[in-house]
Structure formats: C-alpha cells, structure tokens
Write a protein of this length. Structure first.
Length: 438
C-alpha cells in the first residue's frame, strides 16, 4: 500500500471530531467582546446627561438583551462548532434580536449594536441562515434609526448597509480560512495514520525478510551440519559392524570436525560475522572441497567440471560467488539425500555475459510441479540475489537437471565488493539439510 492509498482509506474526520483551533476560539470570543463593547457604548450614550426615565428604560432593555445573549452564547460555547456555524445558535440570537429591536422604541442609539450582531449572526449561523439574519438586522437597524429622523439622510441608510457588507466580506474570508485550517487538520491526521500504517507494514516486511534470511542461514549452516554429522556417524556405525575400527575412527574424527565447524558457524551467525568470500583459485578450491565432501558422505560419484579460468572466477561479483558456493552446497545435499543417483555432474562455465551452474544427476527424479519445499524457494532466492534465475528439469526415473544462470557485470562496470546481501560462512559443514524439492 502506498502512502496515497493509505490516506485515501483513512476515514474522514468530522468537524465535531476536530479540536477548535486557537484562531477559531479567539475569533468567537472577539465577536462576543465586540457585542458587549457596543452595548456598553450605547449604555453610555443613553446615560449621558440629562438622564431621563427613557434612558433608564433603555438601559434595562439592554441589560435584558445582554442577559439573553450571554446565556445563549455560554451554552453554545460548550459545544464545538465547525467553520460553517450551527442552527442551534438561533435559540439565543432570535430573542436577542427581538429585544434589541424593541430598544428602537426608546431611541436610535442602539443602532451601534447592529454592527456586533452582524458578526454574531454570520459567524454563529450557517451561511444561508446568517445571510437572512444579516438582512433582518440591517433592516431593523435602518428602519429603527431613520424612524427618529424627520428627513433621513442617505448616510443614515448607507451606514448600516455598508457595515453589513464589510462584515459579510470579513466573515466569508474568515470562514474560508477556517475551512482550510480544518482541511489541513484532517489531512495531517490522515498523513499521521498513513505514516503509522506504512511504518507497521515496513516493520512487518522487514521482520518477514529477516525471518526468511534466518531460515535460509539455518538451512544452509546448522541444519547441514547436523545432517553431515548424522551421515558420518551412520557410516561409522556401519564400519564398526564390519569391525573396521580404523575407518570408523576416521569417520568419528570427521564428525567431530563437523561439530566444531557447527559451533564456529553458530557463533558467527549469532555475531553476524561476515567472512570473506574466496575468489579466483581459492574459489575453485572451495568448490572442489564441497564436491569432495559431498561425495565422501554420499553414495554418488560427483564430478566437478569447471570450464572457467581463475581470472574469470576472480572477476565474479561477490554476490555471485557467494550464490555459487551456497547453490552448489545445497543442490549437492539434495542429491546426496534424495536422488539415489550413481553419478552427479557439477558444471560451472561462462557463456558471454552470463555464468552458468549446472547440477545433473541420474537419480530417481521427481515431478517439479508437485514439489514445493523450502529448499527450492531458498535456491531460487539465492539465484535471484545475484540477479539470476533457476530452472529445474526432472521426471520420475530420468534424473534431475538444475541450471542456474546469473549475469556477469558489464566489462566497464566495477566488480561488486560491497557489503553482502546474504552473509556466507565458509567454515560450515559439508552437507545441507534434507530437502525434497530440488
């Protein structure tokens, strides 16, 4: 799953699930503060000398207005509101506007409160409801103010209208910004979820890859050692039955040496040690040792035919040399344990820009499509680690032929001496663990 797919599959976060941003909370308090400041301004104008009964009655109505507005606003503040407002605000805005409209019966001063109510209705209500309420507040303000003038001036009408338009522009801009903030908040949460998902998938993939690597290492090292020791001890037991103590003693010594190599390779495996992969003549000697050891513990005559020069062996990339060693060892182990072959031929040669490894035996054979063991997958993985492919041809009673083709680097390329993808242990025992697939 890619990061974009993970984001697309993340559930949408509703406005109610989003914590109010500092910007939104500050704006809400600023709207309420503006309303209160304008009420205080009108109260001051009403109580300006000379104070009359009308002035005190207006102050009383303003107190009622403030109480209704404050109680409703306080209840609304307890609930989160998105950038599009909520119809629940009508519960306190409608009675507040009604009380405010009544104040015009006592004087025109309360027209100043219209500016604060413009912000309140547009910010607290959904856009359509806020727009209708804005028109209503503007109409009440214009009519209430001009009712006290015998000859209304254009400015008395234009003032509340212009103020309403300015408020509309400001609130529309603020809402757009708030929606963008909410969108980015949702995106940030989706990205965080996608990041966690990708991290978990990466950990799972890494764990699976490491588990597979460890399984291959155990298959090619410790399990091989155990098999080698068992085969040598079985052969020693047969020699004792023949009362050939000298041969039995030699086989037991070889088993001890295999056990010592097992301990050494186990320590290297635990310590993640990476011994050098031989090249050139040393690589040829190592191949001959593997063939000789496999022939000694098995019942098949194994022949190595390497039609490759020391210079070509020297030029092999490290990953290719490692794959050749491991594949020869593993394939010969399968032949020794499963093939019941009398003769086995191992061929290593170079054709053009490819190195080819063939292991052919005249054993009992099998049907490749019906066998899918770990050894077969491991051999293919080793060939693939060097950029190569593995082909198996076999049939019951017709032997088995395994061919591995791995590319060689371009002549202009620098040989691969980088850190290995698959550490090798040259001191491992001679025979791989049992495998029925190749």
């Amino acid at each position: 799953m890619t990061e974009h797919e993970a984001i697309d599959q993340t559930p949408e976060v509703s406005h109610a699930d989003l914590a109010p941003t500092p910007f939104a909370a500050s704006l809400r308090w600023a709207v309420h503060a503006l309303v209160y400041l304008l009420v205080m301004l009108v109260t001051g104008l009403a109580l300006a000398p000379p104070t009359t009964a009308r002035s005190w009655l207006m102050v009383a109505l303003l107190v009622v207005f403030t109480a209704v507005y404050s109680i409703g606003a306080r209840r609304t503040l307890r609930h989160r509101a998105g950038p599009d407002g909520s119809w629940s605000a009508l519960a306190y805005l409608a009675p507040s506007i009604a009380v405010w409209a009544c104040t015009f019966a006592l004087g025109p001063e309360t027209v100043w409160v219209a500016f604060g109510l413009d912000f309140a209705v547009l910010y607290a209500l959904p856009f359509v409801g806020g727009l209708i309420a804005l028109v209503l507040v503007t109409a009440v303000g214009v009519l209430g103010y001009t009712a006290w003038s015998s000859d209304p001036m254009p400015g008395e009408v234009a003032g509340p209208v212009i103020g309403a338009l300015v408020v509309l522009a400001v609130v529309v801009t603020v809402r757009a910004l708030q929606r963008e903030v909410d969108r980015r908040t949702r995106l940030a949460r989706q990205l965080a979820t996608a990041r966690d998902t990708i991290a978990e998938q990466t950990r799972a993939a890494t764990t699976a890859a490491e588990r597979d690597r460890i399984a291959r290492e155990l298959h090619d090292t410790v399990a091989q050692s155990n098999l080698s020791i068992h085969l040598l001890l079985d052969a020693a037991d047969v020699a004792l039955d023949r009362q050939d103590t000298q041969e039995a003693r030699g086989l037991v010594q070889e088993a001890r040496a295999a056990a010592a190599r097992t301990g050494m390779q186990t320590r290297r495996f635990v310590d993640a040690a990476d011994p050098e992969v031989p090249s050139g003549a040393a690589l040829r000697d190592e191949l001959q040792r593997l063939v000789a050891d496999a022939g000694r513990v098995g019942r098949t005559q194994i022949t190595l035919r390497d039609e490759i020069t020391d210079g070509e062996l020297e030029a092999l990339p490290r990953s290719t040399a490692r794959a050749v060693l491991r594949l020869v060892e593993s394939l010969l182990a399968n032949t020794v344990q499963h093939a019941e072959a009398s003769r086995t031929m191992v061929t290593l040669e170079v054709h053009g820009d490819e190195v080819m490894l063939d292991v052919v035996d005249d054993g009992r054979g099998f049907i490749p499509e019906q066998v899918a063991g770990f050894g077969r997958r491991s051999a293919r993985a080793r060939a693939a680690s060097a950029g190569g492919t593995l082909l198996i041809e076999s049939a019951p009673g017709s032997g088995t032929a395994v061919q591995v083709v791995m590319p060689l680097p371009h002549p202009a390329a620098v040989p691969d001496h980088s850190a290995p993808d698959d550490p090798v242990d040259l001191d491992r025992p001679n025979i791989p663990a049992p495998e029925e697939s190749t």
